[in-house]
Design a protein around this ligand. Sequence first.
Ligand code: ATP
Ligand code: MG
Ligand code: MG
Ligand code: MG
Length: 542
Amino acid sequence: MRQSQMFIPTLKEVPADAESASHQLLLRGGFIRQNAAGVYSYLPLGYKVIKKIEAIVREEMDRAGAQELLMPAMQPAELWHESGRWDVYGPELMRLKDRHGRFFALGATGEELITSLVRDTLNTYKKLPVTLYQIQTKYRDEKRPRFGLLRGREFIMKDAYSFHANAESLDEAYWAIFHAYCRIFDRCGLKYRAVLADSGAMGGKDTHEFQALAEIGEDTIAYSDSSDFAANLEMAEVMDQGKERAEDSLPLEKKAGRVSTDDSDWVKAEWFKARSETVLVFLRAGDEVNDVKVKNVLGTDMIEPLDPEQKPDAFHPEKGVRVLADNGIKGLTRGVLYSEKEDVTYIQIDPERDLNIENFFDLRFIKEGDPSPDGKGTIKFAKGIEIGQVFKLGTKYSETMNALFLDSEGKNQPLIMGCYGIGISRTLSAICEQYHDEDGLIWPKSLAPFAIHLITVNPKNEEQLSLSDKLYHDLQDKGFDVLWDDRKERPGVKFADSELIGCPVQVIVGKKAADHIVEVADRREKERVETGTDRLEQAITE
Ligand code: ATP
Ligand code: MG
Ligand code: MG
Ligand code: MG
């Protein structure tokens, strides 16, 4: 492609509200443009990379036996009513009404839609297992869209769903897709870890997150310095507590976040169903449960500090509430609630502050240097970006939505399900977080928008122009994807843009064009090496 004809609106200045490297460089390199908070256009360069990521995802999903389909982004509200999620998903679900007054959800995820598609069809064990996937735009009205494509409100996701007659079959698909994810992220050149994750309010049990290592990441990974143990910090803490309780690695039953407001402003928090009497609660200011915002945490009887050394003034003084003020994680407050009468805890709700169901964890804190929950080595922390997740759903959706099959004994059973997501657009950003320097992006070969950036230093010079033109065609004939900077711009502008765009190899046609000598530079090292054009292909692939 001739750069003079390509739409690459690069920016000299760092955009003011872009806080992460990937966000800044994708904007500056002309890969994306923002249209609204958390809503972006993928420009030709950015879309080329997206398509390469998608191609890798498709190849590996197909190889794992999954079949691609495409479902609508616009989903009838009835399905979300059936599953019960219309009421519990909260304000993150974008809702709209058609001219007839019918409600729709813009797909935040696709469990309802896919379950409605397969029910009545996957109705016998003979037709199972089946895994279906799509690459489709998703909508989530995130409270804090940020870091560009990392947390968008409209984003591209690969979502897959598997259907099974028994738990062994689900396990097989789960691990097949787990390994497909490893291949996908390996091929993308990402440094990542697959970590045990907390199944949270989704229900179900087994789940792993794929976390790309990056300082900007919002998740904390706890891993052992001398074993394979790696878990999302939340999960590591659950497991750590589980260590002391023989019966299960998940010591407390976490109930789905059903919050019912009665006449008073008290809310019954049924999700704290503890097998022991102690439950920890994490509250984060600025979050919410089901549109309801929280003011205080009140224990029915008492709230006690985890650490008896904690100073009394660290407790919330109002209404006998005592909440530890600081647990070392920004924005979180925690307290221990327990009730000796009943195993129900009460929470008072107030429209001024909010609280997220996801931030309720019945666990305790792990610190760096603590022994690993598997007993091997000590805990280290790293920051991660969640680029994918695999999840054993079980029968949550098939039960509520009545998706049944006949088993081999002729009995009706709910389909057993798994779901598997990859954030395609988030993966693009995660790659940029790992592959850049102060001057711009440095694409791994597998994903580069162009393999070679051919730069004509002075296109007004006839020799430079004609040699460039020849190389442009020769290299393309040899199968290289070439971006040719044929623009009549100052060399400084050209080189700055080239660094920003970050193609793995630059071929520079300059003063020695008449002698058929060009320079080749690897974007990572920046060192230029002269070569005769007869040896160019060799120099490029070296
Ligand atoms: P997060 O914890 O970051 O909010 P999530 O756990 O809510 O993500 P999932 O429901 O597991 O996300 O969705 C599957 C994948 O979709 C995630 O692993 C992530 O890669 C991607 N994803 C989720 N939310 C966003 C978003 N707002 N913008 C871009 N990608 C996202
Ligand atoms: Mg989320
Ligand atoms: Mg998550
Ligand atoms: Mg997730």
